[in-house]
Design a protein around this ligand. Structure first.
Ligand code: PSV
Ligand code: MN
Length: 424
């Protein structure tokens, strides 16, 4: 289904008076508010195809209703999100879950919703029906060269699908590692993985990047062959300029200082981009900003500082994506909340007075530095985020409109209650 422009306009009319008053109030206190709003309008966050259905845990999955049962329906869901918030103008596909049967048709469908194709993701963490060799003991790291070859071939095939769609990056996340001490020779696993990645890297088109995602644990519980940013950085620097480190917020051990990781990776021009989510314990895949919004703000503080130093385009020079899973919430409502949280953190980080912060730092004014950061963090920027949506043609309050317009019920009527999304 598509949401009519007139429905969005009607919704906006109901809220416009209060909204204008809130924006005027903020604009009178913020220098350069127009520039800030234009940056928010440009900023787009990709939605992964696997976040549109209900996730689950290894204990069970409680299906949602009206889930998208095909790639076309997943694109329609992201199109709905984008119509509501005008900030999710891209979709990221996971192969083989999302292999298009007709590239041109899929491309046309996506562009009719104003969407482009973000990074394509390979999958060597599951065995597929009919697959010759198993990934039970790893893929690119495997002791058996034949398994490594199969996994390399899969990644190259993913690049080919992505080329047809206009993607510009391959994200490689490996579940490779070991579950018990002694199971794996760490150095051989690293070298095998590097050799395999080299073959995939050689198949990258000139204008593509390879994003190497790390994860501290799970599904392997003793060691992961790309377990932290150091290992990812090592692979990326050995591979070459097109390979960069991808940070997924849920892939760290508790209390890791992710903002510091981001800052150093940017200094080395090795940050690929982000998979946003939130977590309390591990790879919880919770709604962005639902547990630790201050950490998200501190990460954006480093991102904006780093991008400005390198004169990068905030919207396009790094990969921005959500990577979440929804056990109990409506996936579309959850995604609306996640995107809003990212936009809020980005807007707050644009408010930081960098001259004052630098001054506080060189004078060891610790209290002053905290005041400057928290002055920005404690500013309620939601009206500015809403104003950016309004100017781009979106809804002032996307969740409210999603509910008022009965979008989920309409999807259930169209798709039935038993449709099940492929993916996690
Ligand atoms: C792994 O936990 C991960 O974060 C990787 O990005 C995968 O591609 C994605 O989730 C879906 O499995
Ligand atoms: Mn991820």
């Amino acid at each position: 289904m598509q949401i009519e422009t007139s429905t969005i306009e009607k919704h906006n009319q109901q809220l416009i008076k209060q909204h204008n008053a809130d924006v005027d109030h903020l604009a009178s206190r913020i220098d350069g508010v127009e520039l800030l709003i234009s940056k928010l309008v440009a900023f787009q966050i990709a939605v992964p195809s696997w976040a549109l259905g209900t996730g689950g845990t290894r204990f069970g999955r409680f299906s949602g209703l009206g889930e998208p049962g095909s790639l076309e329906q997943k694109i329609a869901d992201v199109g709905l999100l984008h119509a509501l918030n005008q900030s999710s103008g891209a979709i990221s596909l996971h192969i083989p879950w999302d292999i298009p049967s007709d590239y041109n048709k899929i491309k046309q469908l996506a562009s009719s919703h104003g969407l482009r194709f973000d990074a394509v993701n390979s999958n060597t963490f599951q065995d597929q029906p009919g697959q010759a060799l198993s990934y039970k003991y790893g893929s690119l790291q495997h002791v058996d060269k034949a398994v490594r070859k199969q996994a390399i071939g899969h990644n190259i095939e993913v690049i080919k699908h992505g080329e047809q769609l206009g993607s510009k990056a391959l994200t490689v996340w490996l579940s490779d590692g070991s579950c018990f001490p002694g199971q794996l020779n760490f150095k051989k696993a690293f070298k095998n993985t590097l050799e395999s990645l080299e073959e995939i890297y050689a198949a990258l088109p000139d204008d593509w990047k390879m994003f190497i995602e790390y994860k501290a644990f799970e599904p392997n519980f003793y060691s992961m062959t790309v377990g932290d940013w150091g290992q990812s950085y090592l692979y990326a620097s050995k591979l070459g300029a097109k390979a960069k480190t991808l940070v997924d917020l849920g892939h760290h051990l508790p209390n890791a200082n992710i903002e510091q990781i981001v800052s150093i990776l940017m200094m080395e021009n090795k940050l690929a981009g982000f998979h946003f989510n939130d977590s309390k314990y591990g790879d919880d895949d919770l709604t962005v900003g639902s547990i630790n919004p201050y950490q998200l703000f501190l990460i954006f503080n480093e991102l904006v500082a780093g991008m400005d130093e390198l004169k990068m385009d905030h919207a396009n020079d790094l990969g921005w994506m959500i990577d979440a899973s929804h056990n109990v919430k409506d996936p579309l409502e959850d995604l609306i909340q996640s995107i809003e949280a990212i936009m809020i953190a980005y807007a707050q980080s644009l408010l930081i007075n960098r001259t004052q912060l630098e001054h506080a730092q060189i004078n060891n004014d610790v209290t002053g530095a905290q005041e400057i950061l928290q002055q920005a963090y404690r500013t309620d920027v939601r009206p500015l985020v809403a104003e950016a949506r309004l100017r781009a043609g979106g809804a002032l309050n996307p969740i409210q409109l999603f509910r008022q317009a009965g979008i989920r019920n309409k999807l259930i009527t169209q798709r039935g209650s038993a449709s099940k999304a492929t993916g996690l």
